[in-house]
Design a protein around this ligand. Structure first.
Ligand SMILES: [Zn+2]
Ligand SMILES: [Zn+2]
Length: 169
């Protein structure tokens, strides 16, 4: 199957889909050897979704669900972008609940969980300066991949700036 790309989650196939066996998609009923078992908020309990049903919006529409809680996203002007994010983008698994950052009036691409060491290696220490609720020094200490603090990295699709979302368990 041709690999699908999700604008707001470029590594989704690798990060939040499972491969290795075959499952039946709860939406289209077809066999799929790559499937999503991440967050999906719907009335019915949905366990397996194929990438096609997510990307096309079919899963969200037919199963009346969404992948990201619209209370857990930055606010932007463009309603269509919000719809693409919550209805057509697989979410990531956070310790508590995924939150999606925006920049340049669009949602950012989710890059993955990062530690302070990785942030330094990437040369993007500036992401700490923009955290409003956290002391950068504390974050440096705690973001070691083991403490109860987790850092989720995003990249703006327009200006390439990185942003960090912090979550405390
Ligand atoms: Zn499907
Ligand atoms: Zn930007």
């Amino acid at each position: 199957m041709k690999e699908l790309k999700f604008k707001y989650f470029p590594n989704a196939i690798k990060e939040v889909f499972t491969t290795g066996d075959t499952q039946i998609c709860d939406c289209c009923g077809e066999e799929t050897d790559i499937y999503y078992e991440g967050p999906f908020y719907s009335e019915e309990e949905i366990e397996v979704l194929c990438p096609k049903c997510i990307a096309s919006g079919r899963a969200a529409e037919e199963l009346e669900g969404q992948f990201i809680d619209d209370a857990c996203v930055d606010e932007i002007e463009d309603e269509e972008k919000l719809e693409e994010l919550i209805y057509k983008t697989p979410s990531y698994t956070a310790e508590q609940e995924a939150y999606w950052l925006a920049h340049c009036d669009d949602y950012c691409a989710f890059m993955g969980e990062v530690t302070w060491e990785e942030i330094q290696n990437m040369g993007i220490e500036y992401v700490l300066d923009e955290l409003e609720e956290y002391d950068p020094e504390e974050v440096k200490e705690a973001l070691d991949g083991e403490s109860d603090m987790a850092g989720y990295l995003f990249k703006c699709l327009h200006c390439d700036k990185y942003r960090l979302h912090i979550e405390i368990e």
